[in-house]
Structures are given as structure tokens and as C-alpha cells.
Design a protein around this ligand. Structure first.
Ligand code: NAP
Length: 295
């Protein structure tokens, strides 16, 4: 039922267009006819004015009276008008315009879909880039002067920072230097520890993985996304080249220390988030959680 209605509507629209076109052509031809009649009357009047009323009789060019030139110029304009009506408007008329418009629209649509595809491809590339880059994260807490430790211990106790460390690293590989590992009373639960040492007979509890280079540690954790570099100073320094993200807790105080975090080069790292926390009864110092992404 609905289809039937739709068809009738389309036919009406086509018919309307045909009628409008026909009306337009009729108007054009009428105007041409009027022009022809005016030309005939005008030409007769010009001849009468010159021949019978002697108007401008003395005005000649190459021995020919001016009205002859005037009639020829007018005739030329009339012919041009006729050409427009029967040739130009017939072949380069509305239909031609419509076809050109359709061609343009098709070309534009083609270009738009090409652009959409290009954008989609670059987005896919970017997202795979992000995926590729979010494999190795450095996690650290550092004072304003980049202090991170003293006498193989942390310098402060910030319970929210520890909670954040736990939640981010939970169930992931944590890569650390031998000294940092020794600073723990025991391995942290629910994480795979990868400890880096140059020693051949380093004794560690069962389940802890020992490797003799940072590259090997990264390779062991390569299928974990992300795996974490958790320190200390020596390992952070070497890992800056490999990591793609830094989760930094900036403690807003200068500390006396013997171990420091390397300076974050903002030409390489871009800050993507920053959350400030003030002091309270559980936090002796104010601090900010910052995330940096490699550019
Ligand atoms: N604030 C924080 O977020 C944070 C986090 C972690 C640690 N820390 C602090 O940082 C301090 C410890 O850092 P640290 O710099 O003294 O020591 P570290 O980086 O934890 O460990 C250094 C040890 O790692 C091994 N190592 C380093 N580079 C190696 C390589 N390329 N190949 C093989 N083994 C390598 C060596 O072990 P061997 O000597 O056995 O060969 C080296 O002595 C502590 O004070 C700790 O509390 C702070």
C-alpha cells in the first residue's frame, strides 16, 4: 500500500519537472518571436526614418547609410538570440546542468569516502601505535628534587600512593633492580617479579625470575600489557629509553637522598594527566599523580 503511494508521488514529481521545463522553453521561444517582430518593425522604422524623413541621411560609412549598419548589428543580435534558444539552451540547458551537477556530486562523494577511509586507516594505525606503545610503564614516586630513596629505603610513607601502586601493578610483571628487590621484606602478592642482577648466584625466593639484563627482563614480560619498571634509580635510568609511559607520584617536597629519578625530558614525554592531593592525617606531604606518555 505504501509502495503504491510512493510511486505515484515520484511520477508527479517527474511530470512537474517536465511541465516546468516545457513552460520554460515556451517562454524562451515566445521571447525570441517577440524579438523577431520588434526587429522587423524596428528595421522598417529605421528605413522609413532615413529614406522618407531624411533623418541622418548625410551620415554614411564607406558610402553606406547608417541604418544599414544598425539593421545588420540588430540582425546579428537576433541571430545570436536564435542560436541561444535553439542550440545553447537545447544542448547546454537544464538537463545538461543537472548531468554536470550529478557528475560533480558523484566525484565529491567518491572523494569523501576516500577521505573517510584514509581517516579510518590513520585512526587504526594510531590506535595500534598506542597499543604497541603502552607495553612498558615506569612507575615511581619522586620528590620535587627527583629524590626516590636513601639507604636502600623509601623516604616517605604515603598510603594512597601505595594503594595506587598496588592497583596499577596488580597481576602484572614488575621489573626491578636487585637492590630494590632486597628492600622489600618479601615479594609482593599477585605479581610476577623479574629481578635484574649481574650476579650469577643471586638467591631469591621461589617464583621470582632472575635475569642478567634489562633487555631480558623486558623480553620475559613482553606479552604482559603493560608490564612495570618499578625501580630503583639505576634501572629507571636505563629503562627511560624502553618505556612508553610514566606513572609518577610527585611528592611536593625536596628530600635528602642518595638515589634519584632521571629528569623527565618534556621534548620526549608529554604529560597527559595530573591530579593534585593535599596533605592530611595519612599524608604528611602533598603530592600529585602524573601520567606521561612518550611522544
Ligand atoms: N621512590 C620510588 O618510587 C622507588 C622505587 C624503587 C626503588 N626506590 C629506591 O631506589 C633505591 C634503589 O635503587 P638503586 O639505583 O640503588 O638500585 P636498583 O636500581 O634497584 O638496583 C641496582 C642493581 O641492579 C642490577 N643492575 C642494574 N643495572 C643492571 C644491568 N644493566 N644488568 C644487570 N644488572 C643490573 C645490579 O645488581 P647487582 O649488584 O646484583 O649486579 C645493580 O646493583 C632504594 O633506595 C629504593 O628504596 C624508590
Amino acid at each position: 500500500m505504501f509502495n503504491k503511494n510512493k510511486k505515484t508521488q515520484e511520477i508527479d514529481k517527474d511530470q512537474l519537472e517536465l511541465i516546468q521545463n516545457a513552460q520554460h522553453r515556451i517562454k524562451q521561444k515566445k521571447r525570441l518571436y517577440t524579438h523577431f517582430v520588434i526587429f522587423l518593425i524596428g528595421s522598417i522604422l529605421l528605413i522609413l526614418a532615413n529614406v522618407f524623413f531624411d533623418i541622418g541621411k548625410e551620415v554614411t560609412l564607406f558610402g553606406v547609410n547608417w541604418f544599414v549598419y544598425a539593421i545588420f548589428i540588430w540582425l546579428f543580435l537576433l541571430l545570436y538570440h536564435t542560436f541561444n534558444v535553439f542550440v545553447t539552451h537545447k544542448f547546454i540547458g537544464k538537463e545538461w546542468e543537472q548531468k554536470q551537477l550529478e557528475k560533480l556530486v558523484t566525484l565529491q562523494q567518491k572523494r569523501i569516502s576516500e577521505l573517510k577511509e584514509e581517516t579510518h586507516n590513520s585512526q587504526t594505525e594510531n590506535s595500534s601505535e598506542v597499543k604497541k606503545n603502552s607495553k612498558l610503564t615506569i612507575i615511581v614516586a619522586a620528590g620535587e628534587n627527583d629524590a626516590i630513596g636513601k639507604d636502600n629505603k623509601l623516604i616517605w610513607h604515603l598510603s594512597d600512593d601505595l594503594k595506587r601502586f598496588k592497583s596499577l601493578t596488580n597481576s602484572h610483571h614488575i621489573i626491578m633492580g636487585r637492590k630494590t628487590f632486597e628492600s622489600f621484606p618479601k615479594p609482593l602478592p599477585n605479581r610476577t617479579h623479574v629481578v635484574i642482577t649481574r650476579q650469577n648466584n643471586c638467591q631469591v625466593p621461589e617464583g621470582v625470575i632472575i635475569v642478567n639484563s634489562l633487555e631480558k627482563a623486558i623480553d620475559i614480560a613482553k606479552n604482559d600489557t603493560p608490564s612495570f619498571i618499578i625501580g630503583g634509580g639505576e634501572i629507571y635510568k636505563q629503562a627511560m629509553n624502553f618505556a612508553d609511559k610514566i606513572e609518577l607520584t610527585r611528592v611536593h617536597e625536596n628530600f635528602e637522598a642518595d638515589t634519584f629519578f632521571p629528569q623527565i625530558d618534556t621534548a620526549i614525554w608529554k604529560e597527559i594527566s595530573n591530579t593534585f592531593h593535599g596533605k592530611d592525617e595519612n599524608h604528611k606531604y602533598s603530592y600529585s599523580f602524573l601520567t606521561y606518555q612518550k611522544k
